[in-house]
Write a protein that binds this ligand. Structure first.
Ligand code: NAD
Ligand code: TYD
Length: 350
């Protein structure tokens, strides 16, 4: 099977490529990646060149995408601008890659009748109140909050339009927050690990009460394979591992993993429009026979700390650049207001 993986030099895509080659001997992979600041070609460098090749290129380059799709049996589309904080500073890049890039992939897959799996996020559903018992399901209405989540929501709509209008054989998955090896140092968990490894305390936005539903990247990628192999074209699947934890829970667990006082961290300025809580009901993907294996978040975090500890050349330059990015706007701040449990975030300005 010839697989085209867009964004395969990024966090989830590179772990997908590595896991695919390790577990499916009948596969060959072509990675299409623009090698933006978020990519790290070292994540693929040790792979068998006979089974994995990296094409440096833009997913918005329709001619290049068409040529690569023509030679594929399956396309898995990870490529995206993926960081909320950056989407607040440079939204146009998110519209271009996440929307126009997806349309280029859809056009080529329809033209060559190639099966597509589109990687989306639970952030398309907006946020939940902290005290809301609900979780996201495939029927939850889209209510994105940030330029990042709005661009991903838009891309999902285009996938459905191609399924309906052009008979494209495509599935969509909306996954919760991933953690694990090879995640860019700008993201929450690696940032805190690398600050701790550099002798600096973790930094929490606002009060830290915001909740994310953490899943190990290998569990996400196993779910993607379950959908590719057993999912129904045209359907949407939600992926999550019942891993809800507040940001405070996570920094305390990381402090403990480093043998530090759990409450030794800094509060900094909050993210504008900061989503309160995400939570996934993954029944749609579990029905395909998939179950997550990494159910102990503290153990998963400890394994992730070990990986970063052992791989400084992989992260050093990107970590220094990410800290410079944050230093431009981030300030120490006392957490004055609790995260509103209900309503208030969405009601501001209405
Ligand atoms: P990432 O930022 O680590 O990787 C994205 C990759 O896409 C990078 O290698 C980058 O170079 C590449 N890319 C960016 N623009 C490109 C372009 N124009 N053409 C070709 N390649 C381009 O992101 P990630 O965390 O691995 O996320 C991968 C996918 O999973 C994204 O679609 C994201 O929305 C989705 N997702 C992420 C999470 C998460 O927690 N990280 C959760 C759910 C869904
Ligand atoms: P992030 O990894 O950016 O993912 P997302 O915004 O897609 O959920 O952030 C995860 C959570 O951590 C989010 O609530 C913002 C928060 N956060 C911090 O508290 N401190 C940080 O330094 C960063 C980067 C994020």
């Amino acid at each position: 099977m010839r697989i085209l993986v867009t964004g395969g030099a990024g966090f989830i895509g590179s772990n997908f490529v590595r896991r695919t080659l390790a577990t499916r001997p009948d596969t060959r992979v072509t990675v299409l990646d623009k090698l933006t600041y978020a990519a790290n070609p070292a994540s693929l460098a040790d792979l068998d060149a006979g089974r994995c090749r990296l094409v440096e290129g833009d997913v918005c380059d329709a001619a290049l995408v068409d040529k690569l799709v023509a030679d594929a049996d399956l396309v898995v589309h990870f490529a995206a601008e993926s960081h909320n904080d950056r989407s607040l500073r440079e939204p146009a890049a998110f519209v271009r890659t996440n929307v126009e890039g997806t349309v280029a992939v859809l056009t080529a897959c329809a033209r060559h009748d190639v099966r597509l799996h589109h990687i989306s996020t639970d952030e398309v559903f907006g946020d939940l109140a902290l005290d809301d018992p609900a979780r996201f399901t495939p029927q939850t209405p889209y209510r994105p909050s940030s330029p990042y989540s709005a661009s991903k929501a838009s891309a999902d709509h285009f996938v459905r339009a191609w399924v309906r209008s052009f008979g494209l054989r495509a599935t969509i998955s909306n996954c919760s927050n991933n953690y694990g090896p090879r995640q860019h140092p700008e993201k929450f968990i690696p940032r805190q690990i690398l600050r701790l490894l550099s002798g600096r305390p973790p930094r929490v936005y606002g009060t830290g009460e915001n909740v994310r539903d953490w899943i190990h990247v290998d569990d996400h990628n196993d779910a993607v394979w379950a959908i590719i192999e057993r999912g129904e074209p045209g359907q949407t699947y939600l992926i999550g591992a019942d891993g809800e934890a507040s940001n405070l829970d996570v920094v305390r667990a990381l402090n403990r993993a480093f043998g530090r006082d759990a409450d030794d961290f800094e509060h900094v300025t909050d993210r504008p429009g900061h989503d309160r809580r995400y939570a996934i009901d993954a029944a749609s993907t579990r029905a395909l026979g998939w179950t997550p294996r990494h159910m102990d978040l503290a153990a998963g975090l400890a394994g992730t700390v070990d990986w970063y500890r052992a791989n400084e050349p992989w992260w050093r330059a990107a970590f220094d650049a990410a800290e410079d990015f944050y230093a431009a706007t981030e300030r120490r701040a006392a957490p004055t207001a609790r995260v509103p449990a209900r309503g208030a975030v969405r009601d501001v300005g209405n």
